[in-house]
Design a protein around this ligand. Sequence first.
Ligand code: ADP
Ligand code: MG
Length: 314
Amino acid sequence: MEKKKRIVIALGGNALGNTLPEQMAAVKITAKAIVDLIEEGCEVVVAHGNGPQVGMINNAMAALSREDENQPNTPLSVCVAMSQAYIGYDLQNALREELYNRGIYDIPVATMITQIRVEQDDPAFQNPSKPIGHFMNEEQAKNAEEKYGYIMKEDAGRGYRRVVASPKPAEIIEIGAIRSLVNSGQLVIACGGGGIPVTRQGNHLKGASAVIDKDFASCLLAENLDADFLIILTAVEKAAIRFGKPDVKWLDDLTVEEAESYIEEGHFAPGSMLPKVQAAVNFARSGEGRTALITLLEKAKDGILGKTGTRIHR
Ligand code: ADP
Ligand code: MG
């Protein structure tokens, strides 16, 4: 029998929705797309983002501590952990249901709470760049800056969002446990929200105030698991050059060198498409036969069959 293709899927915001009810509905569609790939004979590992969710949790916890002086504020690392559990819960529930609906009863589904080590001196701590939470207009953004001391930035022409530090993932702490589960045929959700950022202090891991970009965390996960494919599912079918301009060109197939020259020319917005293309390049470069794909959730199956998406390879 041919060896199954191992795929790490990175789910973006549109696979999860922005609110609790939206997420409940979105994960059903997401689960269908993932189980489609399993039925195609792929071995799938799921990672996901948490931008809207971690923003929501952080806002809720901050409001609680403003209201009640006995409630100290919740560190951002804990908010990421909460988002992993809450998103993992919805995803594992929907995946289990979808597997059962198709008569697949022998693939257990589990979420791994995942810590990821970052470097304490990562320059990203001095330059917050990762958008979290909901979109705001200019006036709301000014208000959030003045009232809460948040750093606000414009996000790819779609409005303003709070930005936080986004250091690069250096080491997946729970990789041994994840690998055992994956190797025994379980469907694992890991590195949610980019992983809980921690720094090493002797034997202690200390939570860091940051949100790792899930595109980079998924890339590291795919490398560590020796995956064949890294599929980044997002809100666009393909990455583009001259994005948003009349002469936009959607990209089908790129070598790492071609992708890198487009990165240098500044075609991909920081905090949204840039980390995806960078992660795709890193993965494709990391080993023989490794391919990265950026496409829409609904197109995941067509993408893996080579029909659409932006494909990056050596
Ligand atoms: P996700 O939640 O999936 O990580 P993001 O919002 O971070 O999604 O990134 C996807 C978005 O990147 C697209 O919806 C699009 O608006 C934006 N984008 C910025 N630059 C480009 C580009 N060059 N090509 C395609 N999309 C781009
Ligand atoms: Mg993103």
